[in-house]
Structures are given as C-alpha cells and as structure tokens.
Unconditional design. Structure first.
Lengths: 553, 330
C-alpha cells in the first residue's frame, strides 16, 4: 500500500513567502517574540547561505542587509496549512494531518486516475507549487519511509519498495526525530548516538538489535526500525472542514484601493487554486477589512446593509424615485474597526479575475473610508454548475460576464437600479422591489401573440402635481403646477381642457398602518399642442392632492 | 470569365467586318488583359456584380402584434438596429411591451435601458412580460461613476442658484432650467454607457433603448458615431437592438424604422362625445359598475414602416392598425 508525504521545509518562512511571492528568491528570516527579545525562528536556504541561523536576535540578523525579516504570522501559517491539506485532498480522500508542515496520505488505487507513483508524486509537487508552496514530496511503501524521505530529501523522491534501508541510509540520525517535538529524551538519545559515532541512519541499522535493545530499550529498537523504513504506524484519516479563507496582515496600512487590489488578486488566486483542487466553486465572497484606527474618514457612498435591511423590513415598499437597496446581491456592514462586504453570486463561479473585478467595482462604489491594516477574504464553497445549456435553447449571457456587467451597471446608474422588478402583493402605487438579475433556464413555452394588446402606462417619477378644475363632479381643466416637467426642458406642460374623463376608480389599503392610503384614479384625455394625450389623474383622498401619475402610451 | 465586361462576342463579328485590321489588335489586347487578370490573385477574386450573393435575411423576433409583424416582415430583425418612434400616447410603449413579452415568453433574455425611468412593472406584467427575464436599467439617479463629471457642474449651478435667488425670479427659472438640462444630459450619458456595457456583455436576445420622455433636443445630441457604434456592435450577433423614442434619432443606422401614432377618429368615440373631440381612445360604461364609473377601454394605433433595408424599397410606406386595451386592477 503506497503512501505519500508532503513536507514543507521552513514552514514559517514558506507561509510568509506564499503571501508575498516576490520574496521567493530572497533571503527571508522569520522573527517571533516580543520586542526587544525578538529572535529568528525560521530561515530559508538563501538566508542560511547569508549566515543567518535560527536563534539569532533580530539585531544580529539586521546586520545582514540582504535578509528580509518578517514577523511570524499564525494566521498565514493556518491558511498555508489549509492549502497543504487541500493539496493532499485533491489526490486522495484518506489524508492524515501529521503536523503543521506535514501531511501523509494513501496512494492506493490512484494509479488508474493519475498514473504511476512517480507520476503522482510529480503532480503533487506541481499542485503544491500552484498553491504557492515549495514542498518536498516522497512516496514509499510505508508511512515512515515516506515521511523520512520527505524530511530528508528535497524535491520529489520515491523510496523503492524493499530497499528502504539502503535509500534512507545516508540520512542523518536526527531526521528520526523530525516529526516529533524536540524533547530532552530526543536530545539524550542523539547525544548517545554521537558518542557511539552513529551519525547516519545506516550506522544505526548496522548495530545489532539485541545490543541496541540492552542499551536503549524498546525506544532504540523503534528508532532502528524507523531508520530501516519499517513501521507499524497506521494512517488516521482526518476530515478537515471546508473552510476557504485567506488572511493577510499588513506591515503598513494601505490607503489606496489599487495596492489593495493587488493583494486581493493574490489571495483570490490562492483561494481559487484551493477550490479547484477540491472541485468546488464559489457561491459567496466575504471581504473583511480591518481598519487602522476603527474610524471612518468618509462614509460609504451607498446605504449600509443595516439600513438596507431596516428599510426592507419596515416598509417593504420603495418609492420608484428613490434608490432601492439590492440586499440580495451586496451586503456590507461595519462593526468596530472592521469593514465588511459580502457578494452573493447567483451561480457558483470559479474565476479569480471575475471575483477581483467584482470586488474592485464594489469597493469603488463603497470605499472602506480608512487605511486598511488587515485583509481577510473568505469564500463560501458550492458545487459547480452541473450540465450545460441545450443546443436549441435561446442564448443567455454568460454568468461570469453578466455579473461583471451588472456590477458595472450599478456603478453607472447607481446601486439597486439595475435588475428585474418584482411586484408586491398590494395595490399601492409603485409597489415593487428590485431583485438581483439571474436569467433562469426555464423551458421555453409555446407562445402566441395575445388577442388583446395591453395599453401601457408610462409612469412619471415623481408624479406631477396639478391643479384640477371640476365641472359636475368631474375634472374639466388641468394645469400642472410646475412650469416644466422633470425630463423635458422645452417648456412642455400638462395643461389643457379635459376632453373626456373616465373614472373614478377608488382604491385604498393599509388602513391599519400609519401610512394608510386612499385614492381615486381618473383616465383623462387632454388636448395639448402635440395632440391628444391620455393621462392617469390621481386624487389622493388622504392628502387631498391631485397628481398626474403617468401617461398611457 | 463569361460575365466579364470583355465578353462582347455578339457584336464582335459585325464590328470585325467593318474594321478587319483592328480586330487582330483588339484580340491581342484582350488576350493580354485576360492573362493579366488570371495571373493576379486580387483581380481574380473580384466578382462581377451579377454574381454577387444576396445578403441573407436576418432572423426575426416577433413584435407580439400580428399586424405589425405583417408589415415589417415578421417582426424585429436580429443583429440590426430597429427604431420605433411616436409622440406621447401614440402606442409605442404598448408595442414595446408586446415585443418584450413575445421575446421573454420564448426564453430570450431582455434588457430595458430606461432613460426616463418610466417603465411601469404592473403594465409589464399585464402585458405578459416575464419580469424575471428582463433586466431593467433605470437611468437618472446620480451615481458615483457618472455623477463625478456632472457633480462639479451641478455644484456650480447650486452656487449660482443661491446667488441668483437674490436677483430675480427669472434667473431662478433659468437656473431650474439648467438643472433640468444637466439631469437630461446625465440620463443620456448613463444611457450610452449602459448600452455599451450591455452590448459588450452579449447574450441578450432583445435590447431596448427607451429614449421616450427625453426632450427631442437632447436626444438629437447623441452623436451619429454612437449609433454607428451600436449598430456595429449588434451586427452579426443574435441580439436585436430596439430604440424607442419620440422622434427619429438613429437616422441611417436603423435597419427598420416604424412610426406609430394614434389612428384617425374613432367612430365610437365621436358618437360618444358628439363630435366634440377627435381621438382614437375609446371609453365605455360597463354593466355592473357604478353609474358614474366609465373606463378607458382601448386605443387604436397606426403603425407605419417608414424605412426598411430588409425588403426592396416599397413604392409607399406600409401602414397597419392595431388596438391596445386598457386594463384596470381591482
């Protein structure tokens, strides 16, 4: 039963470099501790060559100009570890979490899917690189052999079955304690080995079992077996939760949106690679920005989600001339020093560029208002869209393009002003709300031209106030109060003798609420300069005002 | 090369009898010219006019009105710009809703770019438009994107208004006029930007650009280059671009232009109003309603194809009439 092990050397550095790929070729040291007692806890190969070693103080390390020092970030290490698990999960469901920097998984049965074991190992290495991790990959017949090879050899290594002792013989004996935390017992045993002149695994293998047992007991035998690549260790598969999150703590606060977009792009690439590895897509994007001091320099241009929800709950109605919040698509909020934006996607998507553009457009219209010190980006996973459209169904916009178009349209005409209207169950004027546009792939119905064509009404938003003269209880003359209507700057005016009037149609509702309404509607024909125009005249019986709500056209 | 202009064999014999010396020279020149044409790839590809292929007729979307479909040749052409214009209460919006209803019921996705924000969703639903398949873009609201250019001008206007308030009422009116002018300009700017975005996105079956409600002088300010751009963008796509306005504006870019207007005097209405008014709208008194309650029943609309590049140019414009019925709720 073959096993594979992925090991991330210098994990603390790798977690930093994964977030900042431009540091990949540079000497990097990670420091931890409280100032002024900060010490180097991890360095990469380039830093080692430059003379930096673990345990040096920050001041000592700073003497070397070419070394980049970064503080240890547990959040970034957590995301790197999650990426490591995702990488393993993309190959096998039987994955054991063997430490922050190590995962072991079962390769049995994967030959038909991915090819031979060496081929699989190379693919694992490539997949890890796509996720921003430089790893050692080893495959062997036993878990011990795979783990020792991964810790001992860089790159991809395959431990030949039956020749584990020969293959692993050249490794130093301290590698046997690589997967266990350092302890005094381990130090004592290593000191004993050093005094015996046992420096490499093959030296340990050469020792007689009985003599070794007499001196070091069962622990000595266990170490010898481990050095031979033999072991009784069984795989304990873990089931990591489906959490896709990337966090980045910034050393300097970001003021402009453009550099923030660079960071988001990098994080989205990582998240999309992880989602792709798990054959998933994104259903929702959640962006959380921690602001420098929790204060807002400038209020966001659009209404906040709290306001949105309040508006919707209280009235459930929106006047047509007011921006209608589109809470089904965008939600935002702020609490303390954080600024949150949530983008719901109508269909699961997996395109980092689309996500970036959506976030950019959203942040452009709703800027955070203060410098950003920490970025947290979460993706809610969902299964990708199954199937495809039929050959003979009418074409509809591509979801990725459509989302971008809708976001751009919101930027042009205002948020919540592009989408399909949904009528509400009331006769109140302008009783509708705007929804998020998601073209459905419903079956095409047989359609025939209706016998009766409907006369359409063009609504005036806002309604035009008029003065009405009555004759026999019916409107006889109408004159608009305003000199010009809102859209016509050429002194067009609703004024004229009523040629005929049809009505009234009385409607009322919400009498149990504060904003009860009651109105009479008339259809009137006016002789104007341009011809005979049909208007809908409304008498508000509560307020007593006369308005023209629209024109039949 | 049978259709070549050099193929003049029928008259050649008569001509050779009159000028026998010139015949040989002519034949030599002709042979040399044919050889040159055959040798040149570019000239060999040139087709004579008689062999030019007929441009395929575009696929059509029904307008939802049989009478209009009959005169336009099956409706609105895809991949083309179609224009419908008419004054207020001419029936253009009814025709627009009928077209959108037909398109959405057949599974097409529609866009309504509403310049004056005057679409009535209740009318849309009554006209059987599938509102879930309709993207309604409501122009007019100040946005962070478009308003940036105009905000400065508006603020300037606001400052001016405070000053002119003190001067006279005339200045106040002028200020209000300029404010309205800026609003209309902003609406048009949004319309053009939104149309560009929608056309770039692609995949929509019917794209409606509703410019009705915007004053003629502003609509005429839309540059011809924009119409050409829209026409080119929609060409060779499955989308039909429909422009609805009060005056013709797309000019030569429109493949099909239809004018709608109220039809001639309705007999019923003339009878009812005893010759007082002339309108095509009909009101009637329904049984079972209160005695004072009359309702607007229907309106006769006349549609006329003014220009069409789909068919051979007609000797005169084709007209047709249809009726739109008012619907009352409650």
């Amino acid at each position: 039963m073959p096993f594979a092990c992925i090991f991330v050397p210098d994990f603390h550095v790798e977690a930093i470099v994964r977030a900042e790929p431009e540091l990949r070729m540079r000497a990097v040291g990670v420091i931890e501790g409280k100032p002024p007692l900060q010490k180097i806890c991890s360095v990469n190969e380039e830093a080692r060559r430059a003379g930096i070693s673990v345990g040096m103080t920050k001041l000592q390390a700073e003497l070397c100009d070419e070394v980049v020092l970064r503080e240890r970030s547990e959040l970034q290490e957590a995301t790197a570890h999650a990426a490591l698990l995702d990488c393993a999960q993309s190959f096998s469901p039987r994955v054991q979490d063997a430490g922050a920097d190590t995962v072991v998984f079962d390769l049995s049965g994967l030959e038909k899917l991915f090819g031979t074991v060496p081929k699989i190992a190379r693919q694992i290495s490539r997949r890890a690189a796509e996720m921003g991790l430089e790893v050692n990959v080893a495959a062997g017949a036993t878990i011990e052999a795979a783990m020792l090879a991964a810790h001992g050899f860089s790159g991809v290594s395959i431990v030949p079955e039956g020749k584990e002792a020969d293959f692993l013989g050249g490794l130093p004996v301290k590698i046997l304690f690589a997967d266990v935390p350092s302890s005094t017992e381990a130090d004592e045993i290593l000191e004993t080995f050093r005094r015996w002149g046992v420096l490499k695994c093959r030296d340990l293998i050469a020792l007689p079992e009985v003599d070794l047992s007499e001196r070091l007991g069962q622990r000595g035998l266990e170490l010898r077996k481990k050095a031979c690549g033999m072991g009784q260790r069984t795989l304990v598969p873990s089931d990591p939760p489906l959490a896709f999150e990337e966090v980045m703590e910034l050393e300097f606060p970001l003021v402009l949106l453009e550099p923030l977009a660079f960071l988001l792009s990098r994080m989205l690439d990582q998240l999309c690679a992880r989602l792709q590895a798990r054959a998933l897509a994104a259903q929702e994007l959640r962006l959380e920005l921690t602001l420098e001091d929790g204060s807002f320099l400038r209020e966001p241009s659009s209404s906040t989600p709290d306001q949105n929800i309040e508006t919707t709950k209280d009235t459930k109605l929106h006047q047509g001339n007011q921006p209608i919040p589109n809470r089904s698509h965008f939600e935002n909020g702020r609490s303390g020093g954080t600024f949150q934006r949530t983008i719901h996607l109508p269909v699961p998507l997996l395109d980092a560029r689309t996500f970036l553009k959506l976030l950019q457009l959203d942040l452009k219209s709703n800027p955070p208002g203060a410098p950003v010190v920490k970025v947290r980006l979460q993706i809610e996973p969902a299964k990708p869209r199954p199937g495809q459209n039929g050959l003979f169904t009418p074409s509809s916009p591509e979801p990725e393009k459509l989302e971008l178009t809708l976001a751009r349209l919101s930027g042009v005409v205002g948020e919540g002003r592009a989408g399909p209207p949904q009528l509400l169950d009331t006769h109140r004027r302008e009783a509708f709300e705007m929804c998020h546009f998601t073209p459905s792939l419903a079956k095409v119905a047989d359609w025939q031209a209706p016998q009766n064509l409907v006369m359409a009404l063009r609504i005036f938003r806002p309604p035009v106030g008029v003065v009405v003269t009555h004759e026999g209880g019916r409107p006889s003359y109408i004159s608009s109060q305003e000199r010009v209507r809102f859209y016509a700057a050429d002194s067009r005016q609703i004024r004229g003798e009523v040629l005929w009037a049809a009505g009234p149609w009385r409607s009322s509702g919400d009498w149990w609420e504060q904003d009860a309404w009651m109105r009479d509607e008339w259809d009137v024909a006016l002789q104007e300069k341009v011809g005979i125009i049909l208007y809908r005249l409304v008498h508000d019986l509560v307020g007593g005002e006369w308005t023209v709500d629209g024109a039949y056209d | 090369m049978s259709a070549s202009p050099l193929n003049i064999a029928p008259s050649l014999s008569a001509w050779s009898r009159q000028f026998p010396a010139g015949l040989q020279e002519f034949q030599e020149k002709r042979a040399a010219l044919l050889k040159h044409i055959a040798g040149s790839e570019r000239l060999a590809e040139v087709r004579p006019a008689s062999r030019l292929e007929v441009r395929p007729r575009p696929e059509m979307i029904s307008t939802g009105v049989k009478e209009v479909d009959a005169i336009t040749g099956a409706g609105i052409p895809r991949g083309c710009l179609t224009e419908i214009w008419g004054g207020t209460s001419s029936g253009k919006t009814s025709l627009l809703l009928a077209a959108m209803a037909a398109a959405t019921r057949l599974g097409e996705t529609c866009v309504l770019i509403d310049a004056s924000d005057s679409f009535d969703p209740a009318s849309g639903q009554t006209a059987r438009v599938d509102l879930q398949k309709m993207l309604w873009v409501r122009c007019g609201e100040k946005s962070s994107y478009v308003g940036r250019r105009t905000s400065q001008a508006t603020s300037d206007g606001a400052d001016g208004s405070c000053f002119s308030h003190k001067l006279s009422g005339i200045s106040r009116q002028e200020n209000q006029r300029s404010k309205i002018q800026k609003q209309s300009e902003r609406r048009l700017e949004q319309v053009l930007k939104a149309t560009d975005l929608i056309l770039q996105s692609g995949g929509f079956g019917l794209i409606v650009l509703d410019l009705a409600g915007i004053a003629e002088k502003f609509v005429r300010r839309i540059p011809l280059a924009s119409w050409f751009r829209f026409q080119r963008a929609v060409e060779h796509t499955k989308s039909a671009l429909l422009v609805v306005s009060e005056t013709p504006c797309a000019q030569t870019c429109a493949t099909l232009a239809v004018r709608v207007q109220q039809s001639a005097v309705s007999d019923q209405l003339s009878e009812k109003s005893a010759g007082k008014i002339q309108s095509s709208a009909v009101i009637s008194q329904l049984s079972g309603r209160p005695a004072h309650a009359e309702i607007l029943e229907h309106m006769r609309v006349q549609a006329e194809v003014v220009r069409s590049r789909l068919e051979r140019k007609p000797a005169q414009s084709i007209k047709s009439e249809f009726t739109t019925y008012a619907t009352h709720f409650g």
